[in-house]
Write a protein that binds this ligand. Structure first.
Ligand code: MN3
Length: 199
């Protein structure tokens, strides 16, 4: 079954007031994300992954050194990552639901401390990758960073929030200022209801 590019859950203009422009979404969703989907569909043809679910492909091809499967892994994981990323943002971020706020305070001391640690993970990811808030296999909340397309599925974790720190995600709106992009993401773009629902 071929994978398809999901529509954005809002219009291309919807996040502009929150700091993510129409131009960024046109490139990031319509071109970058689409390219991952198209390449994935091409690469899985005739392989054991042709009828597998996206999650099974990500988990099954994540093996360090499995060079023959790297192309499938990279494109599958980036398709999954971006599909989550669009859902994790909203034109109306709203307040952090109480259950999530309590969990963040328990795990990191305060919401501000969580944001600081999450932003540090994103800034500290050398080169392309992602910053994540995850629920670990033993039920704790943790903050991680991953390189390229690697994501929490690879480690048996649940992704609660992810931020794309590849340059294509911020260069149009923030140029080289990744810290400003992360600060803006956390303060103006996160769909906290979505994060809470994943918990
Ligand atoms: Mn991206």
């Amino acid at each position: 079954m071929a994978f398809t590019l999901p529509d954005l859950p809002y219009s291309h203009d919807a996040l502009a007031a929150g700091g993510m422009s129409r131009e960024t979404l046109e490139y990031h969703h319509d071109k970058h994300h689409k390219a991952y989907v198209d390449k994935l569909n091409e690469l899985i043809q005739g392989t054991e992954w042709e009828t597998a679910s996206l999650e099974d492909i990500v988990r099954g091809t994540y093996q360090k050194g499995a060079v023959a499967q790297n192309g499938i892994f990279n494109n599958a994981s980036q398709h999954w990552n971006h599909a989550q990323f669009w859902e994790m943002m909203s034109p109306n971020p709203g307040a952090i639901p109480g259950s999530l706020e309590s969990a963040l305070k328990d795990s990191f001391g305060s919401v501000d401390a969580f944001k600081k640690k999450f932003a540090e993970a994103g800034v500290g990811q050398f080169g392309s990758g992602w910053a994540w808030l995850v629920k670990t296999a033993d039920g704790r909340l943790d903050i991680t960073k991953t390189e390229n397309g690697v994501n929490p599925l690879c480690f048996g974790q649940t992704a609660l929030l992810g931020c794309d720190v590849w340059e294509h995600s911020y260069y149009i709106d923030f140029r080289n200022a990744r810290p400003k992009y992360l600060e803006n993401f956390l303060n103006n773009l996160v769909n906290w209801e979505n994060v809470a629902a994943r918990m």
